[in-house]
Design a protein around this ligand. Structure first.
Ligand code: BGC
Length: 760
């Protein structure tokens, strides 16, 4: 119960109750009637108000521009939604302005970037995706909705489902990695988690799928940069997760900043209307990204009035911060740039969203003052962090460490709580209650010495961007000497290095994705002591770790693990938890291999190492350092007896493998199934993920893991944009990662369904 009825009636009774009472769960017909009636009373200015989304005075800032004069505009009915409002009290007051003081009392909708938790922070999305655990991901989204709605959030700008294949881009941290199949499953899970069974429930918030489309494919890994891509590739590799989220019922979609084949997504009719609504049947509303309507002028598409009209006509319903139509309404109407009918379409969609969210029935539905008991989400934060950690190397089985090992804990990130939260943790009031790696490890050993060892960076420009004060970092040589001395007195060195929270996320593209030179020098000195060095990495992107892989005894990728990160890292280091995370983004050897992903095509001259006239590099292997799907545990799991056959009655490939835990520890194993189309009428990737299963295996236990892959999932888009599934031979692979697999060939006879193999 989010708000006592008594409290609600006091508030609402004072409002101008000109609105008919609406039931949030009522049928579409009832909703239509309600909105018809409401819109018949609205002036055109009020309708434009509904499509206007703004920030508020004391907002979190997630862009450069702050909206002005908002309170007055709300009372004039000229605002539809407000986002980034910090406190519940502010939200209640703002809602009162809308409900009690505007002519029609239409409630506002409150948005926020609830990206990986609200108060309780989970690992960043890229990390969480490494759990390959859809149930966990759904539970984290649902818990985030519970916390956020208790403080007035109706609408989250999440999930971000952009496919990413370039780790230079800082926003890979917010993504679910490189693969469209896995990305689609995660997108669905998040939408289900946020929206629940009923959007009108006080614990549900509306999802906003972003950034539509192709934001992750910007040139050079630069944020906001252009994308030029064949439709064929879009449909095959980049659009599926957006569609999956839409199919899962996401209520809204955010357009992306980037240009798509010459037309910025914000004004791209083909994307926003033809694909999204025409092909996919999306019936929610679209919203621009932060000031992206206004930025169409920077793209060189015309004046604010012109570009705003163009975006609206392209199918963009709500304008975030630019107030493009709102500020130019008269001019737009006079010049015939937009008509009232255009505005009606967008306005109706926003009102529908509010109706579905139950806001007309109770504008204060999510503005309760009863706090959620967050205590219960601590265990979930720990589970999420543990399952997100990926063990990249474990030479000589040095991990897990024995209790009371003498540990030299080194590094600028070893004793911080805040940096573990990662990007987009603005509302993380509980960061103070977070657990540093130092405090996590101290639960396992009383013999722990911590030294900083090195500043995160000594690059002045970078330091300024990421909030590091080089002057206060101390003398580099003394820092290293102190760390070396601690190392010499220890059994093992645990070096916590990598990126702080600001090194990934929006506007954080980097050309160097290895450890910063200051940190690398420290690591070299530690390795030179001859002690085993366990590198614990905090990072929001895949990093280049060739040297580290060669010289460190073990590498544990903890990402930005969130509130319980320190405990989770310690649990992994000391074997309380058997690591189970698997990479969802390929780790290159060096930045020159980027973009890099597992589902590449063979080319006409497939790679042969260091052979002339073959694809690849002459100075570096073509293979990544760590492939997609990769991750170790403390157990050994054997894969044997793979089978695969085509069941023509059911039109599915049935494949199986036997997995056996030959170790004396229980393990959670992610069994992955890939399929490659050997001969097709177009070139196809060597393999693509088509299924995965997580199995829990007790010591010595074995299980037969079965996959049933619909033949319909094996198709592709032809050059003339038809989706076909051709008959022919497919290579099915099953294994613990994308490169280490067993394989079998099957012939899928689809001739009755799709006779058209081929090169006619
Ligand atoms: C980001 C979006 C975010 C929006 C609102 C933009 O800068 O690109 O992902 O939802 O700000 O904060």
């Amino acid at each position: 119960m989010k708000m006592s009825l008594k409290r609600f009636s006091v508030l609402f009774a004072t409002a101008l109750c000109t609105l008919p009472v609406a039931a949030g769960t009522a049928s579409d017909e009832k909703m239509d009637e309600f909105i018809d009636d409401l819109m018949s009373k609205m002036t055109i200015e009020e309708k434009v108000g509904q499509i206007t989304l703004v920030t508020y005075d004391r907002s979190f800032m997630t862009g450069e521009t702050q909206s002005k004069g908002v309170a007055k505009k709300i009372t004039e009915g000229r605002i539809g939604g407000v986002f980034n409002v910090r406190t519940l009290e502010d939200k209640i007051n703002i809602q009162k302005l809308a409900v009690e003081q505007s002519r029609l009392g239409i409630p506002l909708m409150f948005g926020l970037d609830v990206i990986h938790g609200y108060r309780t922070i989970w690992p960043v999305p890229l990390a969480l995706s490494c759990s390959w655990d859809m149930d966990l991901i759904e539970r984290t989204a649902s818990a985030a909705a519970d916390e956020a709605t208790s403080e007035g959030i109706d609408w989250t700008f999440s999930p971000m489902v952009d496919i990413v294949r370039d780790p230079r881009w800082g926003r890979v941290a917010e993504s679910s990695g490189e693969d469209p199949y896995l990305g689609s499953r995660i997108a669905e899970a998040m939408v289900r988690g946020y929206q629940g069974e009923d959007l009108a429930s006080p614990q549900s918030m509306m999802a906003c799928v972003k950034h539509f489309a192709l934001y992750g494919a910007g040139e050079g890994g630069r944020d906001y940069d252009m994308v030029d891509m064949s439709p064929n590739r879009m449909y095959q590799d980049f659009l599926p997760p957006y569609k999956a989220a839409v199919d899962a019922g996401a209520g809204s979609v955010m357009s992306s900043f980037n240009d798509v084949n010459g037309v910025p997504a914000t004004a791209n009719k083909w994307l926003l209307t033809d694909v999204l609504r025409g092909e996919w049947g999306f019936d929610g509303f679209t919203v621009s990204d932060y000031t992206s309507v206004g930025e169409l002028t920077e793209h060189g598409l015309g004046t604010l009035a012109e570009v705003s009209a163009r975006a609206l006509k392209a199918g963009l319903d709500m304008d975030m911060v630019s107030e493009g139509i709102a500020g130019n309404l008269e001019y737009c109407l006079e010049k015939g740039l937009v008509s009232e009918a255009d505005i009606d379409i967008a306005c109706r969609r926003i009102l529908e969203a509010k109706y579905k969210l139950g806001l007309f029935e109770n504008p204060y539905l999510r503005l309760s003052e009863e706090p959620v008991d967050r205590e219960k989400y601590r265990a979930l934060a720990l589970e999420a962090a543990r399952k997100s950690i990926v063990l990249l190397k474990n030479g000589n089985d040095i991990l897990p460490l024995a209790k009371d090992t003498r540990v030299a804990l080194v590094g600028p990130l070893a004793d911080t709580r805040w940096e573990l939260m990662g990007t987009w943790a603005g509302a993380a009031a509980m960061a103070d209650e977070g657990v540093s790696i130092k405090s996590g490890i101290s639960r396992y050993t009383s013999s722990l010495v911590h030294t900083v060892g090195a500043p995160i960076t000594d690059n002045p420009g970078l330091a300024r961007m990421i909030g590091v004060n080089i002057e206060r970092s101390g003398d580099p040589d003394s820092l290293i000497a102190e760390a070396v001395s601690a190392a010499e007195k220890s059994d093992v060195v645990v070096a916590v290095l990598g990126e702080n929270a600001k090194m990934s996320g929006e506007s954080s593209s980097m050309t160097w994705i290895g450890l910063q030179p200051t940190q690398r020098r420290l690591l070299e000195a530690l390795v030179a002591t001859g002690k085993d060095v366990v590198l614990v990495l905090l990072n929001g992107r895949p990093m280049t770790l060739e040297w580290e892989n060669e010289h460190c005894a073990a590498i544990v990728d903890a990402w930005a693990p969130g509130l319980q990160g320190g405990n989770a890292v310690a649990d992994v280091l000391f074997g309380e938890y058997n690591p189970s995370g698997r990479l969802t983004m390929t780790f290159p050897r060096n930045v020159g291999q980027v973009p890099i992903y597992y589902s590449m095509k063979s080319t006409g001259r497939p790679h042969i190492p260091f052979r002339k006239y073959r694809t690849g590099y002459i100075d570096c292997p073509i293979e990544p350092l760590y492939p997609f799907g990769y991750g170790l545990s403390y157990s050994k799991v054997e894969y044997t007896g793979m089978t695969a056959e085509y069941d023509s009655d059911a039109s599915v490939i049935r494949a199986s493998v036997s997995v056996r835990n030959t170790s004396d520890r229980s393990v959670s194993e992610t069994v992955q199934c890939y399929v490659g189309d050997i001969v097709a009428s177009v070139t196809r990737p060597v393999k693509e993920l088509k299924g995965f299963r997580k199995v829990e295996l007790a010591p010595g236990e074995s299980e037969t893991v079965e996959f049933s892959i619909p033949a319909d999932d094996l198709g592709f888009w032809t050059p003339d944009m038809k989706y076909v599934v051709e008959s022919g031979e497919f290579n099915v692979e099953i294994g613990p990662d994308s490169q280490n697999t067993l394989s079998a060939k099957v012939f899928c006879d689809r001739s009755s369904v799709c006779p058209a193999k081929i090169l006619e």
